[in-house]
Design a binder for this molecule. Structure first.
Ligand SMILES: C[S@@+](CC[C@H](N)C(=O)[O-])C[C@H]1O[C@@H](n2cnc3c(N)ncnc32)[C@H](O)[C@@H]1O
Length: 229
């Protein structure tokens, strides 16, 4: 449906109306929380980026759309990504942050591929190291959001949540691969109290909500917590 929407000349359809109708229909199936509702202008922005360059990533376009929209909507200026891999997240998050006059820090134990892929991106610093060692250095800074997408084991995510609980200015934490049977989700359930949150407060974005067929096997489930401050 999305491809069709993009390819059809705008003289034949009103894309904004189409999009609003589409979201309305989806919202009836899966209610979405206000802080994360997509705005058409940000969907357009990110779609333009996709036309220019679509690098490989373990996150899906819909995961990045969800995060891109939140960065722009909440005017987030400084973010940290745990797990750079090939720089797919870097590409989209850096562009969103650039439009907010912001910057990204991406941490990876093996950042070589991301460094090569992100060579033209000026507002992202890639730091080589283990998140457990690097992340605490930013606890007292003005970091607005963190995207947790490194080692998805129970122990690693538990430790990262513990470290993030000491961050002073965080507004949103995004977690990748937050489906009910994932070790990362179990780590969340067992440690969410450290973030002054309950299990249910994590908004989980099922990728099928954004542009994917309900029966698609390609689902990665990004979770997002808006911190109470
Ligand atoms: C799922 S990939 C990240 C995908 C990326 N965020 C994207 O959008 O395409 C996971 C990455 O985390 C890195 N990683 C694994 N354990 C880590 C750790 N303890 N600290 C930092 N990075 C880690 C891996 O080297 C790998 O590149």
């Amino acid at each position: 449906m999305w491809c069709w929407l993009m390819k059809t000349p705008s003289t034949f359809i009103n894309p904004i109306k189409q999009f609003q109708d589409f979201l309305k229909k989806k919202t009836e199936i899966t209610p979405i929380e206000e802080p994360f509702i997509l705005e058409w202008k940000y969907v357009q922005e990110m779609t333009e980026l996709r036309r220019i360059w679509a690098p490989v990533g373990s996150t899906l376009f819909s995961d990045m759309l969800f995060i891109y929209n939140a960065i722009r909507k909440h005017n987030l200026k400084k973010g940290i990504e745990i797990g750079s891999w090939y720089g797919y997240g870097i590409y989209y998050m850096s562009h969103a942050l650039k439009r907010n006059d912001g910057e990204l820090i991406s941490i990876d134990i093996k950042p070589l591929k991301a460094r090569i892929r992100s060579i033209c991106i000026k507002n992202c610093e890639i730091i080589k190291g283990d998140s457990k060692r690097v992340l605490p250095q930013f606890a007292r800074t003005d970091v607005d959001f963190v995207f947790v997408d490194g080692d998805h084991s129970y122990d690693a995510v538990s430790k990262e949540i513990e470290i993030l609980s000491k961050f002073q200015n965080l507004k949103i934490i995004f977690f990748h691969d937050m489906y009910p049977t994932s070790p990362a989700y179990k780590a969340w359930v067992d440690h969410c109290h450290l973030l002054n949150a309950t299990e249910d407060e994590l908004f989980i974005m099922d990728d099928s909500y954004y542009f994917f067929d309900e029966n698609s096997p390609w689902k990665r489930y990004t979770g997002a917590l808006k911190l109470k401050k």
